[in-house]
Design a protein around this ligand. Sequence first.
Ligand code: AMP
Length: 402
Amino acid sequence: MNVLIINAGSSSLKYQLFDMKTEAVAAKGQCERIGIDGHLKHTPLSNGKPVFDEDIPLPTHSEAISAVLDKLTGEKYGVLSSLSEIGAVGHRVLHGGQSFSESVLINGDVIAAIEENIPLGPLHNPANLMGINACRSVMPGVPQVAVFDTAFHQTMPEKAYIYAIPYNYYEKYNVRRYGFHGTSHRYVSSEAIKMLGGGAGTRVITCHLGNGSSIAAVKDGKCIDTSMGMTPLEGLPMGTRSGSIDPAIIEFVANHEKLTREEIFDVLNKKSGVLGISGVSSDFRDIEKAAADAGDALSRRAQLALDVFRYQVAKYIGSYVVTLGGVDAIVFTAGLGENSAELREAVTSQLGGFGITIDHEKNKLRGQLADITGAGSSARVFVIPTNEELVIARDTKAIVEA
Ligand code: AMP
């Protein structure tokens, strides 16, 4: 079966076509500037055909899906002989609220529930729905599956997801911790459990560290706590997001800087995090470079941004050792976790109090599966490249075949 994976944003749409016989990606690409003018980059991977990378009009998501299907089946750039070769479509959906604890076949009720959760994911859920509706209209009869970023975290106990604010905000508006990057935490924790040889009661801490970052505590394959909250703004500092701060800062800075509510949240989402501290960049590669260059005027602040981030990662790991009653494995994943040996070194060097160490030689790698546990370490330490798209494709195939 071929499964098409769609990740729709408000003006963009990323896709990958999986051949599920081999789980290989046959083609991938993205539409950009949908509703503005339009650009499509389509990369066939399976049969040596050329890349298509051009401006084309994309007035709506439906036209974008049609353009993608056109490329997937066309003679020059295509990898399929006809549309009927697409057996199912899997959609990444940001916020499933309390409605979804696993992936589901999309029907009218599912669409209504995703709509109901728009207040919790006001930017993403409407865009995800545009992708779903576009596929339903352009590919009627092809089964569609929704895979939620929040679903894996629905196993958290109440004590981990309730905020200490008046309880009726939870009752009236569903204000609680949901957590995100669930597909990634689920994938890497299950891979870690395999590397540990399975067993009951395994305790894994998964660190998804990229432009957006979150950490999860996973016991027996189930999430019991995670660092992101009702929205992806809580928890660790990120590329441009503040992560957790004293909520009183919001009013204080808004008053002093004469910022509106929208402006202050724009600062917290887009101008904070390691970008805000360093003044250099939101990209950790730029920050690591600036920190290492003593001649750089912002070198000290770049180092400070790295120190703040790495300290918070270590602090979350420490608190999740408490949550899990110990730890069997720590996993580093996503852009930064997979690629930055310096980050893994700096974070694990703060875990000596737990007897956790890494092998400095084995740690010198980038983007590949590895066991970097140090001799005599009390817990294993793994680098596991995440693959959210593959999880979506597997869920989609399993649900459609069931
Ligand atoms: P992601 O959001 O998972 O795609 O991760 C993207 C982030 O990973 C980038 O913003 C970089 O900060 C970071 N990153 C990627 N490669 C490296 C690298 N070799 N060294 C340090 N950071 C990296």
